[in-house]
Each structure stands twice: as C-alpha cells, then as structure tokens.
Design a binder for this molecule. Structure first.
Ligand SMILES: Cc1cc2nc3c(=O)[nH]c(=O)nc-3n(C[C@H](O)[C@H](O)[C@H](O)COP(=O)(O)O)c2cc1C
Length: 165
C-alpha cells in the first residue's frame, strides 16, 4: 500500500512518531516533512496520515512559530523551522476520497487538539476517516516521548494499514 505520513515537527518528537507509524503501515509507506510531501506523492497515496505537535493549546500558528523563532529562550533547544507549518501544507490539500488519519504529540491534558483540527480539514476535502485522531505523549516541553509511545505508534500504523485495505 502506498501511504504518506506527513508531519510538522520543531524538536523531532512528531517526526519520530511519524517514522514509527510509517514502519507499522509497512512497505510503501513514507514519513516526510511538509516540504517533501508533494502533491505528486499525495496524488498516488492510498492512505494519508498527518501529524503535528500542540503548541500553545493549538495546531501551531504562524504567529506561534514566529515568536518561537525570535525568542532567545529557545536557543538552548533550537527548533527546526526549515519546513512549512502543517497549517500552510493543509491550505493546498487537494480534494480526494482516500483514507486518512491524524495524530498529535503533546505533553499534558490541555485544551485544543492539533489532530482534531487537521482531521477537520481532511473531512472537508472529502477524505475517508479510518481512525479517530490519536495522541502521543512526551515527558517535557521538548520531549522525549514517553516510554512505549514509539511502539504504540508502530502498532497504530499496523491498525491503519488494516483499516485501509
Ligand atoms: C512553546 C511550546 C508550547 C507547547 N504547548 C503545549 C500545549 O499547549 N499543550 C501540550 O499538551 N503540549 C505543549 N507543548 C509540548 C509539545 O506539544 C511537545 O513537546 C511536542 O512533542 C513537540 O513536538 P515536536 O518535537 O515534534 O516539535 C509545548 C511545547 C513548547 C516548546
């Protein structure tokens, strides 16, 4: 099955989860940052999975990303700002009817959900939901992921593959 796992990740936690999901989906699945998840790859995917962190109780906004990039307090843990945000990537999401699922990484219970927000855009573009929005937990502001979350992501990927075929 051709699957695309696209992610936004400033400190690498969401990227690590995305790679584990792709591994679980199996052969033909690729985990890619927003800059590399091109319309061509999207057009040939049977399953699209999209994920992002929650930052400031929300799917990262451009304002949030700008303030992080400008704030010296993040210099000790420099964020990777070299890829477009998930919000920007979603602006160009083509209408399709293939399977999709969404996920987020987060530290604690907080209002707002990146995964739900991304899922709303896929719903509106005609995609078919094969799983409820999923969450993967980190232990501190910049990670690392909680023990067992990578394995859980891999198993979730296997489930998505079964739900898609
Ligand atoms: C500036 C900042 C704001 C955050 N805001 C939230 C939040 O509102 N809710 C939450 O659950 N986690 C929050 N977190 C934790 C991140 O969601 C978590 O570290 C996430 O895994 C980061 O993903 P990434 O490593 O892929 O960038 C925040 C972290 C940072 C650095």
């Amino acid at each position: 099955m051709k699957a695309l796992v696209v992610y936004e990740s400033l400190w690498g936690n969401t990227a690590a989860v995305a790679r584990a999901i792709a591994e679980g989906v199996g052969e033909g699945a690729r985990a890619l940052p927003t800059s590399e998840a091109t319309p061509e790859l999207l057009a040939e995917a049977d399953l699209v999975v999209a994920g992002a962190p929650i930052l400031g109780f929300n799917l990262p906004t451009e304002a949030m990303r700008k303030s992080i990039a400008a704030d010296p307090k993040y210099r000790a843990n420099p964020p990777d700002m070299s890829h477009p945000s998930m919000r920007e990537w979603l602006e160009r999401l083509p209408r399709r009817s293939v399977a999709f699922a969404t996920f987020e990484t987060r530290i604690w219970w907080s209002p707002g959900s990146s995964a739900k927000k991304i899922a709303e855009v896929f719903d509106a573009a005609g995609y078919r939901r094969v799983a409820e929005p999923e969450r993967f937990m980190v232990t501190g502001s910049y990670g690392p992921l909680k023990d067992g979350e990578i394995e859980r992501a891999r198993v979730w990927g296997e489930q998505l593959a079964r739900a898609t075929t």
